[in-house]
Ligand binder design. Structure first.
Ligand SMILES: [Zn+2]
Ligand SMILES: [Zn+2]
Length: 430
């Protein structure tokens, strides 16, 4: 795999018009040299109208090297469906291909694999991160790509999309020398499990103190991934691992947190420093611990919308199953329906729970539920006190950053988050 095809604008974005700007003096458009500087592309039936012609496929290729910035695509969706969704302009190298699919424009970027990885590094986090963090993130992202067990978009003829659904790729405008160096110095390196397979290496923003086991996220084990306390052996977080149901309250909100030295905790990576390390579409804090508060009516409305319930009143909420990091994997909502009957809604899977309990999307499903009630016992206010950001399995990005800031090199970081594996250089990717 020397080049990759990344879906930048997908059919689901339902775009009928796209604006593209050239950064090069000369490009090749459907094989012919062109010095055009901007394109406004429209979907017209099965074809694309670029102002000059109608074609079934528009291909814009560089005349010189594929690693250099060539084009800017305006208003690309980033963070589809998450609380951080926004439209951004992105700068792309390589070749751009535009087609019409399902009545919408689809835009694919084909580019060299290592150029793509440098772009992933500075989209997932910022290029300001220390080199050893960037190298650890790079080997993790490369392993995930090469293992490629999740081909979510094979029907679209692309390897990956540009978003959190696969891994973030927001172009190469923010690529720094450190990101380029991290990709170069680890070129071709992946984690290989003792069984011989490349580790299908996942990562998320913050585990919250305990790295989750893959079985509690995807329903099955993954070779090379495991659950672990994300801190030094003598840190207080180790005593919570694996997290028992009766320890959740203390884990998410106890006074021990003031002294906690978990790699992803604000005592190691201060919240004030995070904005310069995080990706450009992430909101400020690290969300090692967070709180979300609703009136009972607000949460009832959210649940009605997200779960298509017809609830008039919530009676109670309870987590019925958790993973080893405290992430809820099953919960129940008892409510009174519009017809007056009592019902129970069961929500399974951490992703579905994060979706159900937020107007947009909850940071994680590792939370304790606190319910304030009126004199008759009806909930008035519901508060979620939570830990971590993301599914929490595999590499903890803020934790890996904390380890790098504490002096660990990328190999030590990877051996902390993954197990029974070696870091090996494989052919054909450098
Ligand atoms: Zn995807
Ligand atoms: Zn962590």
């Amino acid at each position: 795999m020397k080049t990759v095809r990344i879906g930048i604008v997908l059919p689901e974005d339902a775009r009928r018009e796209l604006r593209v700007r050239s950064l090069a003096d000369m490009l090749r458009v459907n094989g012919e040299r062109s010095d055009k500087t901007t394109w406004t592309l429209h979907a017209e039936g099965e074809t694309i109208d670029d102002g000059d012609r109608r074609v079934a496929k528009l291909s814009i290729e560089p005349v010189t090297t594929p690693e250099q910035p060539q084009l800017v695509v305006e208003n690309v969706r980033a963070g589809r469906g998450f609380h951080w969704e926004q439209a951004i302009n992105i700068t792309l190298p390589g070749t751009i291909e535009v087609t019409v699919r399902d009545d919408a424009l689809m835009l694919v970027n084909e580019l060299p694999l290592e150029t793509y990885l440098a772009g992933v590094l500075t989209s997932e986090m910022s290029g300001e991160c220390p080199l050893e963090f960037l190298k650890a993130q790079c080997v993790t992202a490369r392993s995930w790509m090469i293992a490629a067990t999740e081909r979510k978009h094979a029907d679209l003829g692309i390897d990956f999309c540009n978003d959190d659904c696969c891994q973030r790729f927001q172009g190469i405008a923010s690529v720094t020398d450190a990101a380029r160096r991290a990709a170069d110095e680890t070129a071709g390196e992946v984690m290989v499990h003792d069984s011989g397979v490349v580790v299908d290496a996942n990562y998320s923003k913050s585990c919250g103190g305990i790295v989750e086991a893959p079985v509690h996220v995807w329903g099955h084990d993954k070779p090379g991934q495991y659950a672990v306390a994300d801190g030094p052996a003598d840190d207080g977080v180790a005593r919570f691992f694996p997290l028992a149901a009766d320890a959740v309250v203390d884990y998410v909100g106890g006074s021990w947190l003031k002294r906690c030295r978990a790699w992803c905790s604000p005592n190691v990576v201060p919240d004030a420093d995070l904005p310069r390390y995080l990706g450009r579409i992430d909101d400020g804090g690290g969300h090692f611990r967070w709180r979300v508060s609703y009136t009972a009516d607000e949460l009832c409305a959210i649940l009605n919308r997200k779960r298509r319930l017809s609830a008039s009143r919530i009676r109670d909420l309870a987590v019925t199953r958790r993973g080893v990091s405290g992430r809820a994997t099953a919960m129940t909502v008892d409510y009174v329906a519009d017809d007056g009957g009592r019902r129970t809604e069961t929500i399974e899977d951490q992703y579905a729970i994060r979706d159900a309990l937020s107007a947009s999307f909850l940071y994680s499903s590792a939370f304790d539920i606190r319910v304030a009630r009126d004199a008759e016992g009806w909930p008035t206010r519901i508060e979620l006190i939570g830990a971590g950001w993301g599914h929490g399995a595999g590499l903890c990005q803020i934790g890996a950053l904390g380890m790098a800031l504490s002096g660990f090199d990328y190999r030590a970081i990877l051996h902390h988050y993954f197990t029974n594996m070696q870091i090996e250089r494989i052919g054909g990717t450098s």
